[in-house]
Write a new protein. Structure first.
Length: 73
């Protein structure tokens, strides 16, 4: 859970930085941040959130074992 919070915090900082750079009218930096960094952060946050929801659904025992097995594959 702390890793997800750190990822969200990094994402928030990137959005703030993007807004600052947008105000200074630097289209190249804005495009770079969106293309290389922000898209990956959004995908990672979505993946972590889906995994947390799935782990809560399956519970302990066999469900957790199957989840771990699928995650490794």
């Amino acid at each position: 859970m702390p890793r997800l919070q750190n990822t969200r915090m990094n994402f928030d900082y990137c959005l703030i930085y993007k807004c600052i750079k947008f105000c200074s009218s630097d289209p190249h930096l804005t495009d770079y941040l969106e293309g290389e960094f922000l898209d990956e952060q959004v995908k990672s946050i979505k993946e972590y959130a889906e995994n947390i929801v799935n782990l809560r659904r399956v519970g302990a025992g066999l469900g957790e074992y199957i989840f771990d097995k699928d995650l490794k594959d």
